[in-house]
Design a protein around this ligand. Structure first.
Ligand code: ADP
Ligand code: MG
Length: 702
């Protein structure tokens, strides 16, 4: 749609003018003809059916009635408040039409005793039916306009409705737009694609989406427009990836040297799983080429991503580069540091930790050693991103739990070197593959889809608060055989104070039920100082305490293999992926582990589904699919920070088959004609250029 007519400012359209034009701009973001065309209806209503007044029911349904206005009056109600009331009659009875806004304008436009058609939501009060702010037109007018069994209902706002820009007005100006422009909607997809996929033309699709002649025609129009929308997004994402591959030179890690090989042969603490080996190979190949690596490593909680990250770092070291690993919390950074130091010691590596609570002297040493190259691996939090932190030659940046960091932070790491380092982002949030591709289309993806051997599946149960005595007994038995327990309370930002109180109340009552000296309890929450958090975490990790009472600060990555029971309080307040993350804290050792979901008795349907899903499966991908269905992609954990696609018509969840199809075709076309220079791709190229000119793809993913 690149022709000039569609760039015409909206107020030039007959029936719009400056006032309505201003409203459309402000309320719906419609500036030009082309924007109006893309105002797709929310739904459709049946305008072929006419009701008699004595058929009306109190159902708040939209009805259409033929009759006439016999009488108009203004009624005062309350102080200075007025409403305009018209009596509307047909052969079977009478009802009221009511206006609260724009009364002067409405009153002037109403015609008494002329056969008219009214349309709107019907309600009843004291036995009298009424329609507030109805659409109304003379029968003669009504008969000449495009009516169909499916009349479009457009997105609107209160201001628009109050200022007289009703759905009927939008319908009218839409008709006007079609009259003025119809012949000019250029095709954007190549002919062969339309034929292969049996898609209707752009022109027909636009006509049928606004004025469908049948439900079949509407379905075809929706399909075509959804495909087109997803197709062009994929085209941009894939192109971006291709350009990156060609243009962005990376450090070619040519050798696999003594660090990697020595570790692999002599110091591996366990046999790698097949999936870990495969993923390491994928990474090695990628980093060995001339292009910069940008890879997403997905693996369920406990699948063993850390060792993969470590061995990837060894490859960087083998090639004479430094490596860093960034984690979202101090606890997690600490834990990575402790775990990786143990491995690094065996190879005599210099590895250090940098977080917000690092002391000035330690910082100074780190900065020095980073710049002179003697520090080989740096682990840390956001603190790594500070400008003062300069590497001599950073070859690899690993980011753990990617969803906690935004796109911006990723690119900040890039800029730490003149040649950007290879980037490996790791996430335990299983994002369904199609969605991952559409959100992170610029990343390559590796998946660890296998757990280390010998893990017993975690047994999950759902218990009501009324079963607490039994749950506590179970916990005592587990502690008696030497296990440790997590008890987690929700922490949801909006009600932080209340959550904190819940946590403290919980802690007190647990302390009473599990008294000293027989039991020792740790507590961990966001308000504690980092040093205190570490100390508590350490006591628990060393087995000095039996129970860890915590908020969701422990959600990410914490690893205490002897902890075998996870109790989640008010589990109904957690989302599915969070529940799954929390559960992943247990089941890390050889013992049978348990997850107990505590909820109140009254649960919403969604909450029930969440509990059932957790009890039914340990498979993160399965859980992610349910999560996606329940909440839509906007709330999916992995996408919270990076946002979701802002789509006009397609729905990433419901239309994931169309998405996959669009992606495949975009890929195929780019493979054959990456610059889109073939004549049959001219229409496509025009749209593509306009899109890239106008929008950075990240605008879709804001
Ligand atoms: P995550 O993928 O959740 O980050 P980790 O890397 O923390 O998982 O690994 C979880 C646990 O599994 C750790 O204790 C780790 O040492 C262990 N582990 C990882 N890979 C293997 C393996 N191939 N065989 C046995 N244990 C493994
Ligand atoms: Mg981890």
């Amino acid at each position: 749609m690149s022709n000039n007519l569609l760039l015409t400012p909206i107020e030039y359209l007959k029936g719009v003018g400056p006032t309505r034009g201003g409203l459309l701009r402000k309320e719906l973001g419609i500036h030009k003809y082309g924007d109006l065309i893309q105002l797709y209806p929310n739904r459709y209503i049946d305008r072929t059916r006419y009701y008699k007044i004595n058929e009306l029911q109190d159902s708040a349904a939209e009805v259409q009635i033929v009759g006439k206005i016999t009488h108009i009056k203004t009624v005062e109600f309350g102080k200075g408040k007025k409403r305009l009331v018209a009596t509307f009659v047909d052969a079977t009875g009478q009802m009221e039409l009511v206006w609260f806004q724009g009364q002067k304008w409405v009153r002037e436009s109403l015609k008494i005793n002329e056969i008219s058609v009214v349309f709107g939501k019907c309600s009843s009060f004291n036995g009298i039916y009424s329609i507030a702010h109805p659409e109304i037109e003379l029968l003669t007018e009504h008969q000449t306009s495009l009516r169909s069994a499916m009349q479009a209902v457009y997105p609107s706002t209160e201001t628009l409705a109050n200022r007289g820009v009703s759905n009927r007005v939008i319908n009218k100006i839409m008709q006007q737009l079609f009259q003025e422009t119809q012949a000019l909607f250029t095709e954007t997809l190549p002919d062969y694609l339309l034929q292969e996929l049996k898609l209707i033309s752009k022109k027909d699709a636009l006509l049928q989406i606004h004025f469908p002649k049948s439900s079949t025609a509407l379905a075809q129009a929706q399909y075509r427009l959804k495909f087109e929308e997803l197709f062009f997004i994929q085209l941009q994402l894939i192109t971006k990836n291709l350009i990156q591959k060609h243009k962005i030179k990376g450090h070619p890690f040519a050798v696999v040297g003594t660090f990697f090989n020595g570790f692999y042969q002599h110091h591996l603490p366990f046999e790698l799983t097949g999936a870990q080996k495969r993923v390491i190979k994928e990474i090695r190949t990628d980093m060995g080429s001339n292009a910069q690596m940008n890879r997403l490593l997905q693996g369920d909680v406990g699948s063993g991503k850390t060792i993969v990250a470590f061995m990837t770092m060894l490859l960087a070291l083998d090639n004479g580069f430094q490596a860093c690993l960034m984690a979202p919390t101090e606890i997690l950074a600490n834990q990575h540091f402790i775990g990786l130091s143990e491995l690094a010691q065996k190879l005599d590596l210099n590895i250090k930790l940098l977080t917000g609570s690092s002391k000035i002297a330690a910082r100074r040493t780190i900065q020095e050693e980073l710049e002179n190259g003697s520090l080989q691996i740096l682990i840390g939090t956001h603190a790594l991103l500070e400008d003062k932190v300069k590497f001599q030659n950073l070859g690899l940046a690993v980011i753990d739990e990617q969803h906690r960091f935004g796109v911006e932070q990723r690119s900040k790491l890039w800029k730490k070197n003149s040649i950007p380092p290879h980037v490996l982002v790791m996430t335990a949030t299983p994002i369904p593959r199609t969605l991952a591709m559409s959100l992170y289309g610029d990343l390559d993806i590796s998946v660890i889809d296998e757990l280390p051997p010998g893990r017993k599946p975690i047994q999950t149960v759902h218990r009501f608060d009324s079963n607490r005595l039994k749950v506590w007994k179970f916990i005592r038995d587990q502690i008696a055989i030497g296990r440790q327990i997590y008890i987690v309370y929700p922490l949801i930002q909006e009600s932080e104070k209340m959550d904190y109180k819940d946590l403290m109340d919980g802690y007190e009552s647990i302390s009473r039920d599990f008294p000293l000296p027989q039991y020792a309890i740790s507590i961990l929450h966001g308000k504690m100082k980092p040093a205190d958090k570490d100390a508590e975490m350490k006591r628990f990790a060393e087995g000095k305490t039996n129970i860890m009472v915590a908020t969701t600060v422990i959600e990410v990555g914490v690893n205490v293999p002897n902890a075998s029971v996870m109790v989640i309080e008010s589990a109904e307040r957690f989302g599915l992926s969070q529940l799954h993350q929390l559960r992943g804290r247990v089941g890390r050792g050889a013992d049978q582990s348990y997850c107990i979901l505590m909820t109140s008795f009254k649960l919403s349907n969604d909450s029930k589904t969440r509990m059932e899903t957790m009890v039914g499966t340990n498979d993160g991908f399965e859980i992610a699919e349910v999560d996606l269905k329940l909440r839509g992609p906007g709330n999916l954990m992995g996408t919270q920070q990076s946002g979701v696609l802002h789509l006009q018509i397609a729905d990433i969840v419901k239309d994931k088959d169309i998405l996959a199809l669009a992606r495949n075709h975009a890929m195929k076309i780019l493979k054959e004609d990456a610059p889109l220079q073939k004549p049959e791709h001219a229409g496509m190229r025009a749209v593509y250029l306009e899109l890239t000119k106008k929008k950075n793809i990240w605008n879709y993913i804001s």
